[in-house]
Design a protein around this ligand. Structure first.
Ligand SMILES: Nc1ncnc2c1ncn2[C@@H]1O[C@H](COP(=O)(O)OP(=O)(O)OP(=O)(O)O)[C@@H](O)[C@H]1O
Ligand SMILES: [Mg+2]
Length: 243
């Protein structure tokens, strides 16, 4: 093993990565090492959620806790490619597996940044490197729970706050989330935080209105289930109808 590799291994051990040997492939491990050596994070703390397409870990930095989302290199890149191809922001994207996965991570980073700029409550993105996205950690000691796994004191107020964020996302950031559900909203001390913007598309995307209707319908259905007296068509008209 080269001296450089030896040194990297030593630092990885110190920075909490060794416990995850076999969890990260070599390229991801090198990516994490780079983020650590650049000072963007200082330590990987532990898993928040191990998923099919990505793993999310808590990490530390000199300016507070971070969440890092690591897209699996075994993700379904063909689906990702087909999804991104009609998006003018990705013209010229190469069709090979790693380029597509890196573009997907970059897409989520840019979407979060755009949303954040107009004041939508999403995790602030700090960096993206290859398949690794570093963002604000949402939570306190523990990560905030997903909406569907949490108890909401006042569903009506929570719903209103969520819709106000959704309107800002569409009308000011000009983005449609396209994968909105009670899994992709966190409940941070009674306030909604929208996450998982990897699917989000610009308003120029084909069928974007259908996608927004779907998002809105999923949210309305969820809040109806937990007791709110709302009607999807009425809510649609009130918040998004162009008339
Ligand atoms: N910034 C964050 N702070 C705290 N927890 C987070 C954060 N981002 C994600 N999580 C946790 O990790 C889980 C998975 O994150 P996310 O929904 O972004 O990924 P995913 O569903 O695996 O993504 P995809 O559907 O694109 O594969 C979330 O439900 C949440 O519990
Ligand atoms: Mg998700």
């Amino acid at each position: 093993m080269s001296q450089k590799k030896d040194k990297e291994r030593g630092i990885l051990r110190k920075e909490g990565l060794e416990a995850y040997k076999g969890v990260f492939d070599d390229s991801t491990e090198r990516g994490l090492f780079r983020l650590i050596s650049q000072g963007i994070i200082t330590k990987v703390v532990g898993p928040i959620k191990i998923g099919k397409e990505s793993n999310v870990f808590a990490a530390e930095s000199n300016s507070g806790k971070r969440a890092i989302k690591i897209y699996r290199v075994s993700s379904n890149f063909k689906k990702m490619y087909e999804y991104m191809a009609p998006d003018s922001r990705f013209i010229g994207m190469k069709r090979n597996k790693m380029s597509v996965i890196y573009a997907w991570a970059k897409k989520e980073y840019r979407n979060l940044l755009k949303a954040r700029e107009v004041g939508v409550v999403v995790p602030t993105p700090y960096a993206v490197y290859k398949n690794i996205l570093v963002m604000e950690f949402i939570g306190d000691d523990e990560a905030a729970p997903q909406l569907n796994k949490s108890h909401i004191e006042d569903p009506e107020i929570f719903y209103e706050m969520l819709i106000s964020n959704l309107k800002k996302l569409v009308k000011e950031a000009k983005l449609v989330h396209a994968d909105l559900s009670a899994f992709n909203v966190l409940n941070h001390n009674g306030k909604p935080v929208i996450i998982d913007l990897s699917h989000a598309v610009t308003l120029a995307y084909p069928n974007v209105e259908q996608m927004l209707r779907r998002d809105m319908n999923v949210i309305c259905t969820y809040f109806k289930k937990i007791g709110l007296k709302i009607d999807f068509e009425e809510e649609w008209k009130k918040n998004f109808s162009r008339k």
